[in-house]
Design a protein around this ligand. Sequence first.
Ligand code: ADP
Ligand code: GN1
Ligand code: MG
Length: 357
Amino acid sequence: MLQNIIKHFFPHSAVTEAKPYGNGHINNTYKVDLRDENKSYILQRINTDVFKDPQGICDTHDRLQDELFKGQHPITIAELIPTADGKKLYTDHEGGVWRITSFIEDSYTIDVVEADWQAFEAGNAFGWFAKACDKLDANTFKESIKDFHRLSFRLCQLNEAIEANKAGRLESIKEIVQFYKDREASVSAIERLVDEGKIPLRVVHNDTKINNLLFRDKNAAAVIDLDTVGPGILYYDYGDALRTSASTAPEDEKDLTKVHFNIDAFRAFTKGYIGQVKTIVSEDEEELFYMAPMLMTYIMGIRFLADYLNGDVYYKVAHKEHNIDRSKVQKKLIESMEQQVEEMKQIIIDALKAIPV
Ligand code: ADP
Ligand code: GN1
Ligand code: MG
């Protein structure tokens, strides 16, 4: 019962309402209203199969608060609410690990960008986050999921899934597997540069899907879902955000004729993002921004594919084709990006040249 969990955070308040909230694929999220409090909260049961060190996640959240709550900003992050005895998490009798954060009032998420201003706001917000984290030393943070965006690791997982074919689904999706296999070499450049130390490690978000951003009215209000924050490179955030912010359709769209990489949304996002990070990026980083959306869309495409082959053990699914639908959307986005790569390069060059506002 959620009431039994919440009383460890608010021993003197009764729950008036607690309902499942949002479209996350990983944690169990509830919006909670309390009697005697004029506020709502977000209660989450952390998926400990995915996040093996929930305390580490909360420690990172704390460090982010210390940095990002300094000064006044139009964009924020949610605040971690401690238990009544001052802990950041509560563990129930079944081993369920729970946390509460402040609810960002009057906010909403979007799954598909419908207007350029939304893409601009998303770029501006994730760019703000990257810039605000610039002062943090990546070497003092741990990855919450090891090798999370390491392409070679994700390729290994895919190969294992193909080999094991646990759910017996390989035969029906050979063409999709081949599509991703054909592009292995062309997406590998960034990992090599990271390993050679040419692309700097920074503290980044690592999960910049558009619904990990809260809007209020016509502005981005908060960057949420901080569970993956840690060492990474700017391309992860820029690329992963564009995978959803510049897609014309939801991540699991069945009708692939609706799926395109929207170059206007790409331009708007890039203006917002680069407008923020321009003063912190190195020349080496500038060069390969254009490859980031392809890399991150590829990584998500093969992760969905591997999960489909494994029998849907990682992501929440609503039906048995869900993961392969998601993977097909990523494939379609990659094809669409391949046709627009020259334009993408030029848009990035223009954004880097523009005078900061
Ligand atoms: P998951 O890791 O499962 O994606 P998230 O932390 O992204 O979990 O939360 C899932 C959803 O809950 C978000 O997409 C958003 O709709 C909503 N949400 C999460 N945190 C807040 C918050 N502090 N205020 C308002 N809504 C939130
Ligand atoms: C997951 O937690 P959520 O739903 O915001 C996943 C991301 C994927 C995304 C695909 C910890 O994000 O890496 O890009 O699904 N998060 C984790 O929708 O695996
Ligand atoms: Mg999320």
